[in-house]
Write a protein that binds this ligand. Structure first.
Ligand code: RTP
Ligand code: MG
Length: 141
């Protein structure tokens, strides 16, 4: 599989739980490299723009309010098949359905407070990375 980049966000619940390092360790142990990162308090407008594809969904308001409830840690991950690999490490959206040993199974409390975001396709990864990082701030190999 090819080298890819994906966008990952450690959501406010996991930042508050002080598990940024534990989540980074899972990325690194599984062949993903952090090639850009920043902590940020998202504005309502930034969160709405980021999740714009979900604008018409019933959970949109709750999702945006959750994402601005505290700072998030945003990173670009690089590695072989990075998009799918990160989704596998994250586990299912609902932590009750997430496989044992996944980030959401271990750190998420609910479908709303579910610890991490990860791009769901290579195409969306490129869009999401550009949303938060100018190309000059990504230090890939
Ligand atoms: P994410 O985008 O945050 O990585 O999560 P995902 O791909 O696993 O799930 P997605 O369908 O993109 O939904 C985005 C976030 O919206 C919340 N959600 N709530 N109540 C519900 O039925 C519901 N469905 C989705 C979740 O917090 C999910 O992470
Ligand atoms: Mg998604």
């Amino acid at each position: 599989m090819a080298q890819e980049r994906t966008l990952s966000i450690i959501k406010p619940d996991a930042v508050a739980k002080n598990v940024i390092g534990e989540i980074y360790a899972r990325f690194e142990k599984n062949g993903l490299r952090v090639v850009a990162s920043k902590m940020k308090q998202l504005s309502k407008q930034e969160a709405e723009g980021f999740y714009a594809v979900h604008r018409e969904r019933p959970f949109f308001g709750a999702l945006v309010n959750f994402m601005i409830s505290g700072p998030v840690m945003i990173q670009v991950l690089e590695g072989e098949g990075a998009v799918l690999k990160n989704r596998d490490l994250m586990g299912a959206t609902n932590p009750k359905e997430a496989a044992a040993g996944t980030i959401r199974a271990d750190f998420a409390d609910s479908i709303d407070a579910n610890a991490v975001h990860g791009s769901d396709s290579l195409e969306n990864a490129a869009i999401e990375i550009a949303y938060f990082f100018p190309a000059t701030d990504v230090y890939g190999r």
